[in-house]
Design a protein around this ligand. Structure first.
Ligand code: IPE
Ligand code: IPE
Ligand code: MG
Ligand code: MG
Ligand code: MG
Length: 302
């Protein structure tokens, strides 16, 4: 599959498109600037970091940061460092997720995964560098310092042992026969949902959101994060069934929604979760328009 040269906006419809393209450009250029490492950084590490980060991903997590800030009446420009930090953590998690002793995937977004291109050692180190950079960016570039500290604590909790890393640990160990729906939801909420929630919280923090706005966004994100990972499971399942996944190992034998409860029920769950996520935004006015569109994009992918 040919690699597009620039990232496609995640929600390409209606009035929101122009504003999303603008936000996406802000993210792309900031990610590029943040990874212009000085000469102390080995060239191969710089290349591997940039290869992994500066690809046309959907940029959903940075969009969640910016759109949450916008929904709370904050400045999108002020949210850029936090948005970049969320994408750095996401990319780090993908590099590790693809490794041979994790999902063992050879391709992502139609091209070799980081370890296939640069080897396992450099890939792991590129992940390390991205994780560290995320916190450097938050601590240095989010103002004032008190908000920066809150952002660091939020993101650290989301990628730690009780969240992303813990969810990934259970994910790699869970076989289809060993799982319940409750267990699977818990895995998805930790491995994927936690970073969705953290992204929304970062946006709310930099915008100086009210407690009501914080809690509505957390309610929104808890439904949307789960819906997103079920959608990802469904798309992987479909790719696997049609044999269009290239060298991706897919989710064969893994605990996923379609493997556990079937495709039709999984699709119904996504619809229900997206509807619940939209209900959580009812207290927001038109400034949450793009956030609503992003939620609809999750179910429209199916
Ligand atoms: C992939 O996330 C990993 C999951 C949590 C399912 P995305 O589908 O958002 O990946 P990119 O960044 O757009 O490639
Ligand atoms: C990845 O989930 C979740 C994290 C990276 C934390 P998946 O393993 O389903 O993501 P893909 O299918 O490789 O994108
Ligand atoms: Mg995985
Ligand atoms: Mg994977
Ligand atoms: Mg997947």
């Amino acid at each position: 599959m040919a690699e597009p040269q620039t990232a496609a906006p995640p929600v390409a419809s209606h009035r929101v498109t122009d504003s999303l393209v603008h936000k996406q450009k802000l993210i792309e250029s900031a990610l590029d600037a943040y990874t212009q490492f000085p000469s102390e950084c080995p060239q191969v590490l710089r290349d591997a970091v940039r290869y992994s980060l500066l690809v046309p991903g959907k940029r959903l997590r940075p969009m969640l940061v910016m759109l949450a800030a916008e929904a709370c009446g904050g400045s999108v420009e002020h949210a850029v460092p936090a948005a970049c930090a969320a994408e750095m953590v996401h990319t780090y998690s993908l590099i590790l997720d693809e490794l041979p002793w994790m999902d063992d995937d050879d391709t992502r977004r139609g091209r070799p995964t980081t370890h296939k291109k640069y080897g396992d050692a450099v890939a792991i180190l590129a992940g390390d560098a991205l994780l560290a950079l995320a916190f450097e960016v938050l601590a240095r570039d989010v103002q004032p310092a008190e908000i920066a500290a809150g952002c660091c604590a939020t993101l650290a909790a989301a990628c730690g042992a009780t969240a992303l890393v813990g969810g990934q640990c259970d994910d790699v160990r869970a076989g289809i026969s060993s799982g319940s729906k409750e267990m699977l939801e818990s895995i998805h909420n930790r491995k994927t949902g936690a970073l969705f929630l953290a992204s929304l919280r970062l946006g709310a923090l930099v915008a100086g959101a009210t407690p009501e706005q914080h809690s509505a966004l957390q309610e929104f994100g808890s439904h949307l994060g789960l819906a997103f990972q079920i959608t990802d499971d469904l798309l992987d399942h479909d790719e696997d069934r049609r044999g269009t996944g290239g060298k991706r190992k897919g989710d064969r034998g893994k605990l996923t929604f379609p493997n556990l409860i079937g495709v039709d029920q999984s699709r119904r769950d996504v619809e229900q979760l997206v509807a619940s996520s939209l209900e959580a935004l009812e207290g927001f006015g038109p400034q949450a328009r793009s956030l609503r569109a992003l939620a609809r994009f999750v179910s429209d992918r199916l």
